[in-house]
Design a protein around this ligand. Structure first.
Ligand SMILES: [Mg+2]
Length: 279
C-alpha cells in the first residue's frame, strides 16, 4: 500500500476512496484496547457510538489485548466497569492462544512466570503452573516479578526447557507514562542466555485471530484491525489482506507512523472518523 489516507472527524473527505469503501464491506473488527478504546481506565471519545454502529450493522467485533497480567474474566469485568458494551466472549487475551497451543502439544506441566491472579487462572484451565519437571516455560506479563523468579526462569531455560512467551510488548501504557511490560523480561533473558522465545501468541501473531475467523467462516479479507501500536496492532495485518487502521489516540503520532516501516492502510485521528463509513 502507498501513502495512507487521512480523514478527520470534522471534515470527512467528499468522496470515499477505495480503502474506505473496502472498510464499509468488512464484517469482522479486531480492536485494540489501550489507546484505541480506552486510556487511563476511561473510555475514549466515540467508543460507544463506534461499538453501537458495529452491532447495529451486524458486524462482529472482538477486543484483542496482549496484556497477560490479568485473566480474561478480569479484563471483561474492567471493560464492563468502564461502561463498554462488550460480551465476555468478545474479549480475547494473548494467554488464551498460548494455553490452547500448549494443550494441543500435550504440555500441561509448566514453569509459569505470572502473577498470582494469572497463575490461578492457568491452574483453573487444567495446567500445573509450577511443575518440578516442566514440559514448557511460559512467560507472561508478570506484575509481581522479582529476582528469584528470574533465577528460576533462567535455571529452567539453561536445562533446555522449551521457552514460550504470551506476547512481545516492551512497555505498557499507564496514566503516568509507560511501565516495563513482558518485552523487558524477554530482553533480560536474551542478554543473559542469548535465548528468545520459540513462539509468542498475542498480536502480531496471526494465530491470535485465525481461530476466531475460522469459527465464523470468515477470512483475513473480511477483517479489519484497529489499534494505536505499530509493531503489534498494525503488524498483525502484514502478510494478510486484513485492512489495518491506525488511530492517533494512543502512543503513535502521525510523524512516527510516516517514519515507520509498518504502515497502516488508513490513519484516523479517532474512531469517530470511521463512523460515516460503517453505516
Ligand atoms: Mg494500544
Amino acid at each position: 500500500m502507498g501513502n495512507s489516507d487521512i480523514v478527520t472527524s470534522t471534515v470527512p473527505p467528499a468522496i470515499p476512496d477505495d480503502r474506505l469503501r473496502d472498510l464499509a464491506r468488512r464484517r469482522m473488527f479486531f480492536l485494540d484496547r489501550d489507546g484505541t478504546l480506552t486510556l487511563a481506565e476511561r473510555k475514549l471519545p466515540f467508543v460507544d457510538e463506534f461499538l453501537a454502529t458495529l452491532r447495529a450493522t451486524d458486524r462482529k467485533l472482538f477486543v484483542l489485548t496482549n496484556n497477560s497480567s490479568k485473566s480474561p474474566r478480569r479484563h471483561f469485568e474492567n471493560f464492563r466497569r468502564m461502561g463498554l458494551d462488550l460480551r465476555e466472549e468478545e474479549v480475547l487475551v494473548s494467554i488464551q492462544p498460548a494455553l490452547a497451543f500448549l494443550r494441543a502439544e500435550g504440555a500441561t506441566r509448566l514453569h509459569l512466570v505470572a502473577n498470582a491472579e494469572v497463575t490461578e487462572y492457568v491452574r483453573s484451565e487444567g495446567f500445573d503452573p509450577a511443575a518440578d519437571d516442566p514440559q514448557a516455560v511460559l512467560l507472561t506479563y508478570d506484575t509481581e516479578i522479582h529476582y528469584g523468579k528470574l533465577l528460576a526462569l533462567v535455571a529452567h531455560l539453561r536445562r533446555g526447557v522449551p521457552y514460550y512467551a504470551t506476547h512481545v510488548d516492551v512497555v505498557c501504557p499507564t496514566p503516568d507514562g509507560p511501565v516495563p511490560d513482558i518485552g523487558t523480561t524477554i530482553r533480560t533473558i536474551e542478554m543473559t542466555l542469548g535465548l528468545l522465545p520459540i513462539r509468542t501468541f498475542g498480536k502480531p501473531a496471526h494465530e491470535f485471530v485465525r481461530p476466531t475467523l475460522d469459527a465464523h467462516g470468515l477470512g483475513f479479507g473480511d477483517a479489519v484491525v484497529i489499534g494505536d501500536r505499530l509493531y503489534t496492532d498494525l503488524e498483525l495485518a502484514s502478510g494478510t489482506d486484513m485492512l489495518s487502521i491506525l488511530v492517533l489516540t494512543g502512543e503513535t503520532t502521525r510523524a512516527a507512523h510516516d517514519q515507520s516501516a509498518v504502515k497502516a492502510d488508513i490513519v484516523v485521528p479517532d474512531l469517530g472518523a470511521l463512523l460515516p463509513w460503517l453505516e
